[in-house]
Design a protein around this ligand. Structure first.
Ligand SMILES: C[S@@+](CC[C@H](N)C(=O)[O-])C[C@H]1O[C@@H](n2cnc3c(N)ncnc32)[C@H](O)[C@@H]1O
Length: 419
């Protein structure tokens, strides 16, 4: 790349400085934006994300009036607010660091967490971060908010104010291990799963899970936010583990101490607030039959699979399993449930390339979306070798039926329409 004039070169360097700054902005600089000059500067930025050309033009103009680090921090916050709007209704008035935003619970998730603490007061929000959870936990009760990152804590105080939670909050900038919890009736802890911009090893957190679990020896009721990959074996007896998904994406595992536990395992869909619980006494429930696929296939939500309540779902729907070890259910009538995605089975056959190709041609399927469960087939290679012809589209499910490799050619099914 050749650079034209000195002016062009200094403009480019300014942009590069901005880019480097944008990815590594310090919380202290961002916190400066919460003061009046920062607010005035932010008010001058246009709605929506800035294109690189806009950032270059605007950045040049603003740097003539404000210190360069403040301008760069303003642009960073502007972009973070734009990204945050999927998590927070009031994102355009909140403050974030990138790491704080990425780790924050959304407003909706925070409300879900807070609902379990109904009637519990005062509460401790340990590892408060930028205050995502606090937006829900602080509604109508005093909260002690603690985090060792002073910038996050300051942001949490600002963000709580944006949500109208001004009174009864106490912010403690300290290691949660050293925070006195006398008089606290319940605690919520969301330990860090990243440090210094890096994800910690799977299963690790700061503070670690054993410390979080031991909180229940000091505080009557405890809730812990953990990774969705949490091994169920780590859940102590008497505690509940709740797996929460949103739009079929598994978001988190929540651990509830005995005082807050309602069941042993629960799958919750944040959309609609539906939940499905593990049976109290699995031995007392009738076994779920296992049989070849019928007219419909149900692909359970990941929260259902993770919580190990696929059998409970089958019993509730009168469905059956197609294989002892595969989490697909089947039925001959349409199933109306939020707990899974329903497909209509158009063809069901043992997996053989020649037969499958023949079925796709018979059904005039020209393009397939391949899903696998319990199959190790190379789907790119299969897609090429199938050479489908026709105008139709289908979902090709590669799985196992009675432990044999199997293929199901499916189309979407509207729940309740069994015709
Ligand atoms: C996952 S974030 C919390 C997110 C928060 N619940 C929210 O919704 O915004 C974890 C936070 O824990 C803090 N943290 C990590 N170890 C800590 C410790 N030992 N004491 C206090 N805070 C800690 C980090 O500074 C970070 O802000």
């Amino acid at each position: 790349m050749s650079l034209g004039s000195d002016r062009a070169q200094s403009g480019l360097l300014a942009t590069l400085a901005h880019v480097r700054y944008a990815s590594g902005v310090t919380g202290e600089e961002l916190a400066a934006l919460m003061d009046r000059p920062g607010e005035r500067l932010l008010a001058r930025l246009p709605a929506g994300p800035l294109t690189p050309a806009q950032a270059l033009r605007l950045g040049g103009r603003l740097r003539a009036e404000h210190p360069a680090p403040l301008v760069a921090a303003a642009m960073t916050l502007h972009n973070l607010r734009w990204r945050a709007r999927t998590k927070f209704r009031l994102a355009d008035r909140m403050v974030f660091t990138r790491e704080g935003l990425e780790q924050a619970s959304s407003e909706r998730m925070a409300r879900h967490h807070a609902a379990r603490f109904a009637g519990q007061s005062p509460l401790a929000d340990l590892c408060t971060g930028i205050g995502g959870d606090l937006t829900g936990l602080a509604a109508g009760r005093p909260v002690l908010a603690a985090d060792l990152n002073p910038v996050h804590l300051r942001m949490a105080a600002h963000n709580a104010g944006v949500y109208g939670h001004d009174g009864g909050l106490r912010f403690v900038g300290a290691n949660v291990r050293e925070v006195a919890l006398d008089g606290v009736e319940a605690a919520f802890v969301d330990p860090a799963r990243r440090q210094g911009g890096r994800r910690l090893r799977a299963g690790s957190s700061e503070p670690p899970l054993p410390w979080c679990l031991a909180l229940a020896e000091r505080v009557p009721a405890v809730g812990i936010k953990a990774s969705p990959g949490l091994p169920i074996a780590l859940v102590p007896p008497g505690w509940e583990v709740e797996f929460v998904s949103e739009r079929r994406e598994l978001k988190e595992a929540l651990l509830w101490s005995p005082a807050l536990a309602r069941v042993t395992r629960r799958a919750t869909l944040l959309d609609g607030g539906h939940h499905l619980d593990a049976a109290d006494d699995p031995g007392a429930s009738p076994p779920v039959p296992c049989a070849p696929p019928g007219r419909f296939l149900l692909d359970p939500d990941p929260a259902v699979t993770r919580a190990g309540v696929v059998e409970e779902l089958a019993r509730a729907l009168g469905a059956w399993k197609i294989d002892e070890r595969i989490a697909f259910l089947s039925a001959d009538t349409s199933l109306d449930t939020p707990f899974g995605r329903l497909l209509r089975i158009q063809a069901s056959l043992p997996f053989q390339l020649k037969d499958l190709r023949h079925e796709l041609r018979r059904l005039e399927v020209g393009s397939v979306d391949i899903r696998q469960r319990g199959s190790a087939v190379d789907t790119d290679d299969l897609g090429r070798r199938l050479r489908p012809r026709g105008d139709g589209r289908a979902t090709l499910v590669l799985t196992r039926v009675a432990d044999r490799p199997w293929a199901l050619v499916c189309s979407p099914a509207a729940p309740g329409n069994g015709a």
